[in-house]
Design a protein around this ligand. Structure first.
Ligand SMILES: [Zn+2]
Length: 189
């Protein structure tokens, strides 16, 4: 079974509405993602699905949290046994397996890679990330967030997360997702 772009969280919850459909979630997501989902408490009252940054308790994206989360996930993945470390180049530094560039890996994956550029430009932000080349990733993220409303911040964080997720899918599962699908999912369409 594959996730359709219009899949909602409801479909991952058992009909009793009090517990996750653990088997389905394990089928659909990478092991560490499934674990993270299962650990999210299910609200007791009915709520409308909204776009949230799930790491923040209030659902609002916080850049420091996101940045540390990405770092932590990276370290977590490095510890995974039986994982082919195919993103490692000859010298042990990570290389983007979409374009085989190896400079400043996180900045590349989240902003400067062609894949990321297309996603940012095609997103509602209409960003041209080549304008940011040379700028540190963290300062770029903070700069962007400073100009944004809360809702936009959530979407921005969500897209960062999607880029990292797409990278994980490619590195660990060998699955390359078309950008449109990522975008649609990110925007909850
Ligand atoms: Zn790349």
């Amino acid at each position: 079974m594959n996730l359709e772009s219009n899949t909602t969280v409801n479909e991952l919850i058992l009909p009793d509405e009090r517990s996750w459909n653990v088997n389905l979630i394990r089928e659909l997501f990478l092991p560490f993602e499934a674990q993270q989902i299962i650990e999210i408490p299910i609200p007791r009252t009915d709520q409308v699905d909204t776009l949230i940054w799930k790491k923040a308790r209030d659902g609002v994206f916080k850049v420091k949290l996101a940045y540390h989360e990405i770092k932590a996930e990276n370290q977590y993945q490095s510890r995974q046994p039986n994982t082919e470390r195919i993103e490692e180049g000859m010298n042990g530094s990570p290389v983007c397996i979409r374009c085989w560039k190896d400079e400043e890996y996180e900045k590349h994956v989240l902003r400067d890679c062609e894949f990321a550029k297309k996603l940012w430009f095609g997103s509602p932000f209409n960003l041209r990330t080549e304008n940011a080349v040379g700028e540190r990733l963290e300062s770029w993220i903070f700069g962007m967030l400073r100009q944004m409303q809360e809702k936009e911040k959530s979407l921005f964080g969500f897209l960062l997360n999607q880029l990292w997720r797409a990278r994980n899918l490619l590195v660990f599962e060998g699955v390359s997702k078309p950008i449109d699908e990522e975008l649609l999912r990110a925007m909850g369409a």
